[in-house]
Design a binder for this molecule. Structure first.
Ligand code: NI
Length: 256
């Protein structure tokens, strides 16, 4: 099991993110890549809205610029088995405390050449405004992640900010993805290239971004979420950008 150093925990607490070397083996990565590619090829979850285009309007027959699968383990439970998952769980508990639990996972693929950027956002802007969270995401690329193919970029210390105003990407309510609705200074951003199977961790309010994939190969990322039990607020926050969404994914999900 991976034991974090005190400096790593302090770095995470003061910057809102952490960069780690490989948390898995080449053999395990190869196994995960096979499962991952199969799920996207067979469009697993498309019919019920679990697979969709994060950054586009997602109409039938239109190739997705940024395909995403929510809870891919529904379609391949073996995806969450193995050494990398045990390591991720242990790291999350060291950063959030022993009450931390696994809360879900998703897969975001940036196809070769065509991948869209994932605009600056805070993950918590997607979540229920009725709760307070102490949560993090572990982002693991299944091949090298570079500036060219869309590695993670963070604004250090941004986890200390409140939730900033967000909107649907391009302010188009047909698009699932969110982006900041205000301009921020990204001058202090830190880009985090990783080896295959390395990981970044970030808190639910840490501002982050990934660029487009300009490389010849797909950029596969598996994201695991962990958190302590959310605490119900006396008064919900106003996440007005969640209201009025009309995505093709919601339409497909409502069909069954
Ligand atoms: Ni995110």
């Amino acid at each position: 099991m991976i034991k974090l150093k005190a400096e790593q925990i302090l770095f995470f607490e003061s910057n809102g993110f952490l960069v780690m070397g490989p948390i898995t083996t080449d053999e395990e990565l190869s196994r995960l890549r096979t499962i991952y590619d199969r799920l996207f090829e067979m469009q697993a979850g498309r019919e019920n809205g679990d697979q969709f285009d994060l950054a586009g309007t997602d109409e039938e027959g239109k190739p997705a610029g940024l395909p995403q699968i929510l809870t891919p383990s529904k379609y391949a439970p073996e995806l969450l088995k193995g050494n990398y998952f045990d390591n991720a769980m242990s790291i999350a508990k060291q950063l959030l405390g022993p009450q931390a639990r696994f809360t879900g996972e998703h897969a975001i693929l940036k196809p070769a050449h065509t991948g869209s950027p994932t605009p600056w956002h805070q993950d918590e802007a997607y979540w229920s405004p009725e709760f307070d969270y102490h949560a993090l995401s572990l982002w693991m690329p299944l091949q090298q992640a570079t500036l060219e193919n869309g590695c993670m970029e963070f604004i250090p210390g941004s986890h200390k900010r409140d939730i900033l105003p967000h909107q649907s990407i391009g302010n188009d309510p047909r698009i699932h993805g969110l982006e900041l609705a205000i301009d921020i200074d990204t001058g202090g951003k830190v880009s985090c290239p990783l080896p295959a199977g390395g990981a970044t961790l970030h808190l639910s309010r840490t501002l982050h971004y990934t660029g487009p994939n300009r490389s010849q190969e797909p950029r596969r990322a598996l994201i695991l979420n962990f958190g302590t039990p959310p605490v119900k607020r006396t008064k919900p926050r106003d996440f007005y950008w969640q209201i009025g969404k009309r995505t093709a994914r919601m339409e497909r999900a409502s069909r069954d």
